[in-house]
Design a protein around this ligand. Sequence first.
Ligand code: NAD
Length: 619
Amino acid sequence: MTEPVESFTYTAHASRVLFGAGTLSRLRDETERLGASRVLLLGRRTDRAAAVLGPLAVARFEGVAMHTPVEVTEDALSLVGEHGVDCLVSIGGGSATGLGKALAARTGLPQIAVPTTYAGSEVTPVLGETADGEKRTRRDPALLPKTVLYDVELTLGLPVGLSVTSGLNAMAHAVEALYSPEANPVVDRFAVDALTRLARALPSIAERPDDPEARSDALIGAWLAGICLGSVAMGPHHKLCHVLGGSFGLPHAETHAVLLPHVMAYRAGSAPEAMRRVAAALGATDAPAAVFDLATRLGAPGSLAELGLAEADLPVVAEQSGTPGVLEALGEAWRGDRPVAAGEKPDLSRLTEQVVASFSPASDPRVAGLLGDLVRRLHGFVADNDVTEDEWMTAIGFLTRAGQMCSPTRQEFVLLSDTLGISSAVDLLTNSRSPDTTPSAVLGPFYVDGPPAVASGANLAEGLPGVPLRADVLITDLDGRPVPDAVVDVWQSNQDGFYDVQLPDLEGPVLRARLRSDADGRLWFSSILPSEYPIPDDGPVGEMLRATGRHPYRAPHLHFMISAPGFRKLVTQLFVAGGKYLDSDAVFGVKDELIVEFPPGPDGGRTVEFTFRLGASDG
Ligand code: NAD
């Protein structure tokens, strides 16, 4: 069965982005590009911007504050009317950007954002504002800055502590995007790249804060992380940080830095693929522990207690965030414990290697090799799929019933191998080693050793009802020379799709025989046209087919097993062209080269002619 087709919605948020070192020098051009000439500068460090803008800078507001309090916005708003402002330029971290958005929301003025931290707000259509001790978030494309100027030079002086916490804030955007219900391949790419860049850049920045390369890496990472934040709904981590910042006044980036690994551990069990990607981006195996270790190594604050939160507030935070079952993770974050991912699996490698080593005394190294690899894969299978004891007992019960179903005329394990495509896989491998011979096909469960020997011309159907068939067979080597005296076993179903071994009332073998090729490599026989048939589905294999919505039918075919001295044995089938189920054969046995025309014959029946090419045996 094919995988369901991916389905998602992705909205790109368009801002004009200028990235580089010294891009601030283009601020005046960019302002004029927007048709504006009267700028309100927002932020604590706006001198250089004012110098670039010259007469276009008509007012400045320095009183930005974290979490965008509405009182601050109202103060700044009064400057807009006073100075006839027609453009907002924010320079600073998320707080300055937030103020620009809050003013744009109230005035409709265009904004240019010049971010100097890694918060990512400049590319999100999101604004969080605080009023009366509560932080409210709104999302509106009109909040987006028209232009973003990323100037690496402005970040060279961002203190290491702030760089680290702000970088971890950006990483949180990327992590939550990977397990967001709105995740999509575009955002996934941005998230993984953001994580890779930030995890690489932050340690370099901690060592050399003014390294432009590392700063550039981090700023691009922050931009990509911001795109993630703006594109998909955020999860428990952002909800908790929102409450901790808005209601408990905790500092924004530091709170993100402390909380991230603990929320990751809380989510790990239900988002294993996201964690695998985060871990890979960080070059680690356990994503939450890797983020915790990175933050610790870089000197980020280690606990919510350190940020001033009272332990008694934890249940309130959990409650207000609306995140079920998160209290334990919050407790760990409060204490600053190194996180252990929920659902983290025990390491099986010692056990696996012990079992593998136990095979090494085998006298045949192939036996030790095959068993060892099988055990490795089975251990990996149970670990990767978190197989429960009940599931394993179900599997053992299934195999037990398959064994009990077997008899001299019923081979449930062959059926299982066939319906899982393993027989065809082994067969394809075998064929690939002898591409010029007639392709082989699976033996199937209905071969009975030692069928009755008959001479060419015999009728295998012995008066059974069905469409008469005349088969003419030639056996050659790879150069087309006839192979005489080849032993050819033929077996097939009757017109109702049953083999003789499935019909207990029949006496002796029917529709199966052993023939020999003559001096010209030829043999011929009469029979009836084989029809499609269901493989026996009254056993465990049938249960599997029903449980997975599969039909049990095989496309109509004749079986052949051909042996001749000096040649490799060929086990194959000829499929009736135009027959049913050729493209959905229950045992995956159909090969194009083996689909053969069975044209009408003189007696109202059908005919088939086929040349089998045998390869020389190895020895
Ligand atoms: P911030 O903007 O408050 O800056 C933190 C401190 O760093 C300030 O004192 C600031 O003056 C200083 N600073 C900034 N750049 C500097 C530089 N280059 N050199 C030296 N000092 C510098 O903090 P932040 O973490 O960038 O932003 C946090 C705020 O942004 C919060 O209010 C948060 O809610 C908001 N935010 C919003 C979004 C969104 O998409 N809406 C995303 C992220 C953050």
